[in-house]
Design a protein around this ligand. Structure first.
Ligand code: ZN
Length: 199
């Protein structure tokens, strides 16, 4: 039974999967879908070994530079800062935005030991120096920490960019960009407002 137990245990790393669902998944694969299980195992291993962070924007990719960053048709006048790769997917799927991204993989949270260094803000600064965008869109989530992060970045880049904007309402307060529907997200991006955090 050891291998089956190990499999049931391992499946519980998936979000929302507890012992019961893990057991059902394991048995389904073993009883009815060996080839699907094998394919899952192989692609999982490959992804874990090969997916890394884009050297430019920190989004997840299997190449050194991701597809968005290497796309010369993107609009280099805009750079959108988001918390997670899921936010990039949500904005891309909503359509309408053609600029570049920078993915923080989190938000400033001193209590959890997440500071500017952990978010790669030095890399963000070099990226801004490199493409000299006209506008930085701060699309961190409208949570307390997301706002604090946007505030910090706006101060950090204020000398380097003409326009700093914050994603507009529409993303519900305390809500997450990832779970905002495409139409709402498009409006939130279009209705972004200038930031004047500077005191
Ligand atoms: Zn990239």
């Amino acid at each position: 039974m050891a291998l089956i137990d190990n499999l049931v245990q391992a499946l519980q790393v998936l979000p929302g999967v507890g012992p019961k669902s893990a057991q059902r998944m394991a048995l389904t694969l073993l009883q009815r879908n060996r080839s699907g299980g094998t394919a899952l195992g192989n692609v999982l291993l490959q992804a874990m070994e090969s997916v890394k962070r884009c050297a430019v924007c920190q989004n997840l990719t299997e190449s050194d530079v991701c597809r968005v960053c290497s796309d010369t048709r993107r609009d280099a006048t805009m750079l959108c800062v988001v918390e997670s790769p899921a936010d990039v997917l949500a904005i891309e799927q909503a359509g309408g935005y053609r600029g570049f991204y920078f993915v923080l993989h989190g938000r400033l949270s001193p209590i959890d030991g997440v500071g500017p260094e952990q978010l790669g803000l030095d890399r963000l600064q070099s990226r801004i120096a490199e493409i000299a965008p006209q506008e930085i869109i701060l699309a961190t989530n409208p949570t307390v920490e997301g706002e604090a992060t946007a505030h910090y970045i706006s101060r950090m880049v204020s000398g380097a960019v003409n326009k700093i904007s914050r994603i507009a309402h529409g993303v519900p307060l305390g809500g997450e960009i990832e779970y905002t529907d495409g139409g709402t997200l498009t409006h939130a991006l279009q209705g972004r407002r200038d930031v004047s955090f500077l005191d």
